[in-house]
Design a binder for this molecule. Sequence first.
Ligand code: SF4
Ligand code: SF4
Length: 312
Amino acid sequence: MGERAAEIKNQIKAQALAVGFHKVGIASPEVGFAVAHLRRWLRLGYHADMLWMANPKRQDLHQVLPGIQSVICLALNYYTPHAHAPDRPRISRYGWGRDYHRVLGKRLKQLCAWLNQNFPDSANRYYVDTGPIPEKVLAQQAGLGWIGKNGNVISREYGSWVFLGEILTTLPLPPDAPHPDRCGTCTRCLAACPTQAIVAPYVVDANRCLAYHTIENRAVTLPPAIAQNLERWVAGCDICQEVCPWNQRFAQPTEIPDFQPYPGHLQATFADLCNLSIEEWQQRFPGSALRRIKPEALRRNAIAAFRSFRDR
Ligand code: SF4
Ligand code: SF4
């Protein structure tokens, strides 16, 4: 790749920052080196019933976009300096404000439109958690951050409080240098997980993870080992991120108003959520990523979390 490709890459990066992304990097679409780790994780059943993780396209991006030559990786900081009250149900930070699919999607759409306009011979397709894209592997390859032992992408500037998005493109762009691992000898996240879901460094077993069960598990009741260890989490779980020294030192408040918490999220009580009606769910969570959790599942989580909190 020559000077022209490097010039285009610089233009794309400048445009990505102009539409409001906090970080941007370029990765090669060749993710074959990460396939062994993914296949082992799947073989061990650590994806629980998230069957989309086994989609073979996730292991070969040429099946997603024929002619793909590069991936533009993007990140948006969503941290706000609010804290959970000590006696209330806890909702993960990712769900405090407006749905990140919408907030990132709007910017990705803008950037894609700019690419289509300026490089009309290229094909460009964007994703925000919406397709078989190994987004964390790509983010590390693009130099945005590294995949920590808790399985999250951690950036030096914002910690792991970042949402990721990608644009697959047929434009040939010089890839950035992958980000080195900065976890070192730290094991805080492994020690802090209440259900020992981080079964080894960099390996999270969804079957044991509160985030998986509170968001994805559709069963009428939660498994006892989860229900008894909810530690007030009713939607997601941030424990392994909150204890991470990179988050404690480097998190910085986002300037994006959409990520400010909805009042009803931080101030929700157990009584509110244990008795949540469909109408209240509609009113309380408009345009929220938490709508993925249906009202009956949120009630289930809140009741289990309240019982384990009361009986602790
Ligand atoms: S999200 Fe919570 S339950 Fe899941 S691995 Fe992290 S600390 Fe453990
Ligand atoms: S807590 Fe420590 S080991 Fe875990 S992700 Fe953060 S730096 Fe890495």
